[in-house]
Design a protein around this ligand. Structure first.
Ligand code: HEC
Ligand code: HEC
Length: 395
C-alpha cells in the first residue's frame, strides 16, 4: 500500500518554519558579526536624546564602542584634553565631544564655544584598580554628560557598575569608597562624592544658565595624540568640521599647563590653575560671583584675586583677615581654604574630598613670590567695614 504522506500537523509546520527562520536569523547574525569584525559595518551612530525621558543606560547613547583598556569612542566622537584641568581627588578624566552631522561650534576668544543644539559633551572619571600599582589598570566610576537640548544644557550623571559593563543614570548617586596605592607607593583611602544632578549647577551655572566650562580656546590650544597622530586640538576640531572661525593655534590664546614649569611662569601657571579650579564659581554671574573675587585668568588686576580683601561672607578662617596677603601664604585665606577639607571652609566646597597637595604648593609659591608690602593691607580701602557685608543677590 502506497504510504500516503500525511500532511504535517499545524504545530509541526510551525515548528519547522521556526527552525528555518531560526537558521536564517542565525546565519544573518553570523554574517553581521563577520562584517562588523571586518570593519565593513560601522557601529550604530550616536543617538542623542534631547528631552526627557533620558535613557537609563549610557550605552543607549552609542557614544562608546568599548571600554577596554580605555573608553573607545564611536565615530564622530572626538576625545579632547585641557591645558590645565580641574582637580578631582586625583581621578583620571576622559573627555569627549560629539555634534550632530552638519553642525559645528562657533569659536569665541574669551569664553566657552557656542555649541549647536544636539551637542553631547562627556567626561568620565576613573581611579586605579587596587593592588596593581603602576599597572595602569583603572576602574571607571562615572560618566557625566552635558547635553545641549533646545531649552538649554542638561547635566546627567551615569554611574558605572562593578563589572564595568554599563553605566546607569542615577540622579542622586551614592558616595564611592576609593582605595589604591599609586606608583609612588602612596596609599589613597577616601570617600569619593559624585555630585548629584542638581549639584552640577553649583559649578556649571552662570547667570542661572547651565553652561560647559572647559571647551574654550585657551584650554584646548594644545596638542592631542589622536588615533591618527598628534595634532593641535583647535586645528583638528576645525578640520573635522566641529569648529568655525578659530584662529590659527599660534594666534589663539593659551593657558599654561599648571604643572609644567616649561609651559609658563609661576604667575601664568598659578592663574591657569585658579582659572580652571575656581573661576567657574568665582566670576561675575557665577555662584560665588557675589563674593567679589574674580579668579579668571583673563582678569588682569590682582586686586580681584582678593589681595588685601576681607572676606564678605562666611569666608573667614581662624584669625586670618584677608583673602590674599602678598608674600604671606600663611596669612592668606585663599590658600587656607584650599588646604582645608572641613565643610564650609574648604575650597572648592564641592567636587573634592582630599587636598590637592601639588596645587596647594603651586599657589603657596605664587603668593610667596609676590612683592611684599606689609603696610599694603592696612592701607587697603577694602578693610572690613562693620555692617557692610555684601549679600547674595536676591537674598
Ligand atoms: C566642583 C565643580 C563641578 C561640579 C560639581 C560639576 N562640574 Fe562638570 N566640570 C567642572 C569643570 C571645572 C569642568 C572643566 C574642567 C575639566 O574638565 O577638568 C567640568 C567639565 C565637565 C564636562 C566636560 C565639558 C565641560 O563643561 O568642560 C562635563 C560633561 C561635565 N563637567 C558634566 C558635569 C555634570 C553632569 C555634573 C553634575 C553631575 C558636573 N559636571 C558637576 C566643574 C564641575
Ligand atoms: C562650587 C563653587 C565654588 C568653587 C569651585 C570655588 N569656590 Fe570659593 N567660594 C564659593 C562660595 C559660594 C563662597 C562664599 C561662601 C563662603 O565663603 O564659603 C566662596 C568663598 C571663597 C573665598 C572667600 C571670598 C570672600 O572674599 O568672601 C575664597 C578666598 C575662595 N572662595 C577661594 C576659592 C578658591 C581658591 C577656589 C579654587 C581652588 C574656590 N574658591 C573654588 C564657591 C566656590
Amino acid at each position: 500500500m502506497p504510504r500516503v504522506a500525511r500532511a504535517p500537523s499545524p504545530a509541526r509546520r510551525c515548528h519547522r518554519s521556526l527552525q528555518r527562520t531560526g537558521k536564517a536569523a542565525l546565519a544573518l547574525l553570523v554574517l553581521l558579526a563577520i562584517l562588523t569584525a571586518c570593519g565593513r559595518l560601522p557601529p550604530p551612530p550616536v543617538h542623542p536624546f534631547l528631552q526627557e525621558p533620558f535613557p537609563e543606560k549610557l550605552s543607549d547613547w552609542h557614544l562608546f564602542v568599548g571600554q577596554s583598556p580605555r573608553l573607545q569612542p564611536n565615530q564622530r566622537v572626538i576625545p579632547y584634553d585641557l591645558n590645565t584641568p580641574l582637580f578631582s581627588d586625583y581621578a583620571s578624566k576622559y573627555r569627549f565631544v560629539w555634534m550632530p552631522p552638519g553642525t559645528s561650534a562657533s569659536y569665541r576668544d574669551d569664553g566657552v564655544f557656542d555649541f549647536p543644539v544636539g551637542t553631547v559633551l562627556a567626561k568620565s572619571f576613573a581611579f586605579p584598580v587596587d593592588g596593581n600599582p603602576g599597572k595602569n589598570e583603572e576602574r571607571l566610576i562615572e560618566t557625566r554628560l552635558l547635553v545641549h537640548s533646545k531649552t538649554g544644557w542638561i547635566g546627567l550623571p551615569y554611574i558605572w557598575n562593578e563589572s564595568q559593563t554599563e553605566a546607569h543614570l542615577d540622579l542622586a548617586p551614592d558616595p564611592v569608597p576609593i582605595r589604591y596605592t599609586d606608583s609612588a607607593g602612596t596609599r589613597h583611602d577616601f570617600t569619593y562624592f559624585i555630585p548629584n544632578a542638581n549639584e552640577c549647577k553649583q559649578c556649571h551655572e552662570n547667570n542661572h544658565a547651565v553652561l560647559p566650562i572647559g571647551p574654550k580656546g585657551r584650554n584646548l590650544n594644545k596638542n592631542f595624540v589622536y588615533a591618527d597622530g598628534p595634532a593641535n586640538q583647535l586645528a583638528y576640531w576645525t578640520k573635522f568640521g566641529y569648529l568655525q572661525r578659530a584662529p590659527a593655534a599660534d594666534q589663539a590664546p593659551k593657558v599654561a599647563a599648571w604643572n609644567d614649569p616649561d609651559a609658563g611662569t609661576l604667575d601664568a601657571r598659578a592663574r591657569a590653575y585658579l582659572d580652571n579650579n575656581c573661576a567657574h564659581c568665582h566670576q561675575p554671574g557665577g555662584t560665588a560671583g557675589y563674593t567679589g573675587i574674580d579668579l579668571r585668568v583673563t582678569d588682569t588686576g590682582l586686586r580681584t584675586f582678593g589681595v588685601c580683601k576681607s572676606p564678605n561672607s562666611s569666608g573667614r578662617v581662624g584669625t586670618l583677615s584677608y583673602d590674599l596677603v602678598p608674600g604671606h601664604p600663611e596669612q592668606s585665606i585663599l590658600l587656607a581654604r584650599m588646604t582645608s577639607i572641613r565643610p564650609k571652609e574648604m575650597m572648592p566646597q564641592i567636587g573634592r574630598s582630599v587636598v590637592h597637595e601639588e596645587g596647594v604648593a603651586l599657589i603657596r609659591d605664587w603668593i610667596q613670590a609676590m612683592p611684599v608690602d606689609d603696610a599694603a593691607c592696612a592701607r587697603n580701602p577694602s578693610h572690613p567695614v562693620p555692617g557692610a557685608r555684601s549679600r547674595k543677590p536676591g537674598l
